[in-house]
Design a protein around this ligand. Structure first.
Ligand code: FCB
Length: 444
């Protein structure tokens, strides 16, 4: 059975998501370098040392891309406004061209009847601030707050909703502990500090936007189901530790004003002095909605050879995997939607701000058939519907992503789009999944 708009509540929002660095083309329009421009220029960090310099050239082609959204019967579009485009040095001189661009982009969405969902930080940390430590600098919340004021003054009044930060776990732990994303550090002190300061920056942005009367403020957290490899005590503990760092740290801090004990065990010694006060003054404050990004699960085991916390290692699972090597596990989406309601936010509105899959799609006779993606979307829609039927206040879903794009450390190999992009010609070709959604999202 194919789920369609009719299977969801009347005002349920269907959208597609992107992020500035992944599609715009960072070399256009006077943007300054971000830490992704420098990270990708360092051998070994990104497949093929590819960067977002041109990406999908969305900077020049947004009208065409928004025509696709409209023709696809989408209600909404989630995008990010790049800090380094608006403030090339991160602070000080504003790039007017950047503000003008986001202004035009907002109007182009509204003209087509598409609701704009803005993300204020989707990883475009200006290189000049990265030089000063980026997310590990104790002033970063003020720098971010100033950027937020500037961009909000220009377009904030026309946003349907605003998310402060995209995936704080990725911006901090993945990037400062695992070293997989920019700035590519592997340092527990930097990890702990960035995990704290990214939340403080979220709080600062909330406070500043509230002062301007904004009532549509949230954040997009990513969740990954943490499965124990076996029922052995050590493996249960490994999964609980990973779950705490990934899935509890950020939501618990914002909604309860505490950090989970299993994560503090490794991280507390590295947090900045006064962190408990920041939880009270900045981090623990109401949200208007919560964004949930969900892709997969991971299986965790105790690592007997590990010499340092967290003493865990990933284990292969048995589910089908995507082009990213991620297991397809829609049960995990249902799990997090109900868990958010039961453990943290009650009836606060939730949006699935990202969910999707990469596949090695090829064009044949100017079309792409992607039955794997169609099945993926349908199985995750079913998980969302089940959660709604059980009383979760889920109000929308944004597919990741509208376009094939720059998949960070994976370069351009991994294709998440419902629209195929030829990275030589930049031609867009809607895939079968786009046509499936277009049909499913038809309004009467
Ligand atoms: C998420 C990111 C998004 C995209 C997807 C595949 O972690 O928010 O930019 O890369 O993964």
């Amino acid at each position: 059975m194919t789920l369609t708009r009719k299977d969801f509540p009347k005002d349920f929002i269907f959208g597609a998501a992107t992020a500035a660095y992944q599609i715009e083309g960072s070399q256009f329009g006077g943007a300054g370098p971000s830490h992704w421009d420098t990270f990708s220029a360092t051998p070994g960090n990104v497949v093929g040392a590819e960067s977002g310099a041109i990406a999908c050239d969305h900077y020049h082609r947004y009208e065409q891309d928004f025509d696709l959204l409209k023709a696809g019967n989408f209600d909404a579009y989630r995008f990010s406004t790049s800090w380094s485009r608006v403030l090339p040095e991160g602070r000080g001189q504003v790039n007017q061209q950047g503000l003008d661009y986001y202004d035009r982009l907002t109007d182009a969405l509204l003209e087509r009847g598409i609701k704009p969902f803005q993300t204020l930080y989707h990883w475009e940390m200006p290189a000049a601030l990265s030089d000063l430590g980026g997310w590990t600098n104790p002033d970063v919340h003020n720098w971010f707050g100033d950027f937020v004021d500037i961009i909000d003054d220009r377009i904030g009044d026309r946003m349907e909703a605003i998310a402060t930060i995209n995936e704080p776990w990725c911006a901090s732990f993945l990037s400062h502990f695992h070293g997989i994303h920019a700035p590519g550090l592997r340092d527990i002190r930097a990890a702990a500090r960035s995990m704290h300061y990214v939340l403080k920056a979220h709080g600062e942005a909330m406070t500043r936007l509230r002062a301007k009367g904004r009532k549509n403020l949230g954040i997009a957290l990513n969740f990954e189901y943490a499965h124990p490899a076996t029922e052995a005590k050590e493996d249960l503990r490994a999964a609980a530790t990973e779950d705490a760092v990934y899935n509890k740290w950020f939501i618990e801090a914002m909604t309860q004003g505490t950090y989970p004990a299993e994560a503090l065990e490794g991280l507390e010694a590295h947090l900045p002095k006064g962190w408990q006060d920041d939880l009270k003054t900045h981090i623990h404050q109401p949200l208007d909605w919560l964004g949930v990004n969900y892709y997969t699960r991971k299986i965790h085991a105790h690592d007997p050879n590990a010499t340092a916390w967290p003493y865990t290692k990933p284990v292969d699972g048995h589910r089908a995997t995507t082009q990213m090597g991620w297991e397809v596990y829609p049960e995990g989406l249902h799990h997090f939607l109900t868990r958010m309601k039961n453990d943290y936010i009650g009836d606060l509105p939730i949006l699935v701000t990202e969910n999707g899959m990469a596949w090695d799609d090829h064009l044949k006779d100017d079309a792409a058939t992607d039955p794997e993606r169609i099945a993926f979307i349908q199985s995750h829609l079913a998980a969302m519907k089940q959660a709604i039927d059980e009383g979760v206040n889920l109000q929308g879903f944004m597919y990741w992503s509208l376009l094939d794009n720059y998949e960070w450390a994976e370069g351009y190999d991994k294709r998440f789009g419902i629209v195929h992009v030829d990275f030589d010609t930049l031609k867009r070709t809607p895939k079968a999944s786009y046509h499936m959604l277009k049909e499913a999202l038809k309004r009467d």
